[in-house]
Design a binder for this molecule. Structure first.
Ligand code: FBP
Length: 591
């Protein structure tokens, strides 16, 4: 080949190469520009996408309605005592809604207040968005005010008006940062009167309280007070808590449970996969859920761990912490014999309150803390001596058997509602230490050969409370908020917004109102008998627990982990709209 041809080929090649590189760079630039132009300095791409999601609303909420009254109701227990405490709001009928095309919109616009109360739960913002859209659909001049930082915002007159622009920024987002939350207990007439001042000033005639069992108890007390005093203010509650323990035959699940358990299950699945890859650790994972073990049970159904404690079962079987450690140690030994020195254990954070001996100790400590509220501030040794001196002999023995750090965690301040702050008790470490001790004892006694028992500890709690709501929670919360506007429209007070038949498609859900007093009983709190909403514990006869029991022996010894992965927002319905196993088993019985 002649030299000039060679040069010719070379220059054509270089030109093509340059052209190709330029195209590639241009494409990349276009692609990157598209990406960045969609980005906004303050929002992730996913957040921007989620802002455009339109929550699904049940058909019954998409039309003008009238309320149909059911039979008068009764509280779940202690009827006479609850009736005496709630003379104006006791016994009200349940409300369902029926399409009524002749229903007239309200003559005048009205103003509504909204409060977020207690721990964060995914979907809270959507309740507010649904409420906003609901009242605006009734009359576009209605206004919505958010009280800041929880119930205290009402008492201290801290509020903002929630405008359309603000609402648009928070659709389908997690967290409670739009107006914040708090745990102030509303129980004193001075607080109710202080609230009334600002409600009158802002011409607010209805307040929606979004909270758990304690906050909805507040809602019932406030509703009673305002009704008895003819204050002209309606109070509506909305069932919120990731714990899943605010439920009964009318409230099928509290919002936030679906998302939080999906987030925890993703994390548990990731840990399980690491565990199954490294094959060298036993992972003890504590899961949030103050009292009941609904979260732990749901996560177990989603991920199939080697062991999962269900507090309600521990209580029913009258087990001690030592009994639980023994059971876990048995599994550790059996898996070791099969060559597997690794595994996963789920621990519900409320466990210590369900071990009968610990329960008695905590009850006595609660009374003691009410009498001597400065105990948490005493120095280590002084505190220990003081507590030991004042405990009964039986409980002193239990107290002495606890490691110092756990004993101290049990004497921390209670929250405003008198609850032990179980998220601060390191029960996962306590248990793994006890299992190690049981194994050492068995090795020492020559019952088993030396075993490798290396542990890792995790606490999954706050990670799940402010996550982007799953489609289920986004739809459910929006519907709960929208339904609250219907309850306001029909003049209800002392009611909880309820959406039922949640196992069906969202369009077929049913909207109703349930009198809060119907869910109440008397319980001992902070040394006094108080009317409170009864907590729903895990039902040991229920389908979710039965399914767990049928499978747990296999999950203990074999490695059956399931890795659920992150919540999905885009894709087929079966993927993005899937509800929790708990709800599914409760509504349909089996898989
Ligand atoms: P709510 O009952 O208010 O929904 O809060 C539940 C919860 O998330 C529990 O699971 C947990 O023990 C507790 O709040 C933690 O409280 P805090 O946010 O005050 O640490």
């Amino acid at each position: 080949m002649e030299i000039k041809n060679l040069i010719g080929f070379y220059s054509v090649g270089v030109t093509y190469l340059q052209y190709f590189c330029r195209r590639k760079r241009d494409c990349l630039t276009v692609y990157t520009n598209q990406f960045y132009s969609k980005m906004n300095d303050n929002k992730s791409y996913l957040e921007q996408m989620r802002l455009t999601y339109r929550p699904k609303l049940p058909v019954t909420l998409r039309c003008p309605v009238r309320a149909i009254e059911g039979e008068p109701t009764q509280s779940v227990a202690d009827q006479e005592a609850i009736k005496a405490l709630f003379p104006s709001t006791y016994g009200m009928p349940e409300l369902t809604f029926e399409r009524d095309d002749s229903a007239m919109p309200p003559e005048k616009p009205f103003n509504v207040g909204v409060i977020l109360s207690g721990g964060q739960a995914p979907g809270g913002h959507n309740v507010i968005c649904g409420l906003y859209d609901g009242i605006k659909a009734l009359n576009k001049y209605c206004r919505l005010y958010g009280f800041l930082g929880g119930p205290n915002g009402l008492v201290k007159h801290r509020y903002i008006e929630l405008t359309g622009d603000m609402i648009e920024e928070y659709r389908n987002t997690g967290g409670f940062d739009l107006i914040g939350s708090g745990r102030t207990k509303l129980e004193k007439p001075e607080q109710f009167e202080a609230g009334l001042e600002i409600l009158r000033e802002l011409k607010i005639t209805a307040v929606v309280i979004i909270g758990g069992d304690d906050s909805n108890t507040n809602a019932a007390v406030l509703a009673e007070y305002y009704k008895a005093h003819d204050a002209g203010v309606q109070i509506i509650g909305v069932p919120k808590t990731i714990d899943g323990d605010l439920k009964n035959e009318h409230i099928e699940i509290s919002f936030g449970f679906d998302t939080a358990t999906k987030v925890y299950s993703e994390l548990i699945g990731n840990v399980a996969r690491d565990c199954n890859s490294a094959k060298k650790y036993w992972h003890f994972m504590k899961l949030m859920g103050r009292s009941a073990s609904h979260i732990a049970l749901e996560c177990a159904l989603q991920t199939r761990p080697n062991y999962c404690i269900i507090s309600e079962e521990v209580e029913a079987r009258n087990m001690t912490l030592h009994n639980i450690a023994e059971e876990i140690a048995d599994i550790v030994v059996k898996r070791h014999d099969m060559g597997m020195d690794y595994g996963t254990v789920l621990v519900p954070e409320g466990i210590v309150e369900f071990v009968p001996t610990m329960k008695k100790l905590i009850a006595e400590l609660n009374e003691m803390l009410t009498k001597y509220p400065d105990i948490p501030r005493l120095r280590d040794m002084d505190q220990n001596n003081f507590v030991r001196e004042h405990l009964s002999e039986e409980n002193r023995a239990i107290y002495d058997s606890l490691p110092d750090d756990v004993a101290r965690q049990l004497t921390l301040d209670r929250d405003e509602h008198g609850n032990v702050m179980v998220s601060q008790i390191e029960s996962e470490r306590l248990l793994s230490r006890m299992v190690a001790h049981v194994l050492d004892m068995r090795i020492e006694a020559g019952e088993i050969e030396p075993i490798k028992f290396k542990t890792q500890h995790h606490f999954f709690g706050y990670e799940g409370r402010a996550s982007y709501p799953s489609n289920f929670d986004a739809d459910y919360c929006y519907s709960l908020g929208y339904n609250a506007s219907h309850l306001i429209y029909v003049g209800a007070t002392g009611y909880m917004s309820a959406i039922t038949h949640l196992g069906r498609k969202a369009q077929d859900w049913v909207a109703c109102g349930v009198p809060i007093t119907m869910m109440m009983n008397i319980e001992r709190r902070a040394g006094k008998d108080k009317p409170v909403i009864r907590k729903a514990l895990v039902d040991l006869e229920g389908a979710p627990f039965k399914h767990f029991v049928e499978n747990r022996d296999q999950w203990a010894l074999e490695t059956c982990y399931i890795y659920p992965g992150p919540i999905q927002f885009f894709g087929p319905e079966e993927l993005v709209d899937k509800t929790s196993y708990t709800l599914f088993f409760e509504q349909f019985g089996k898989e």
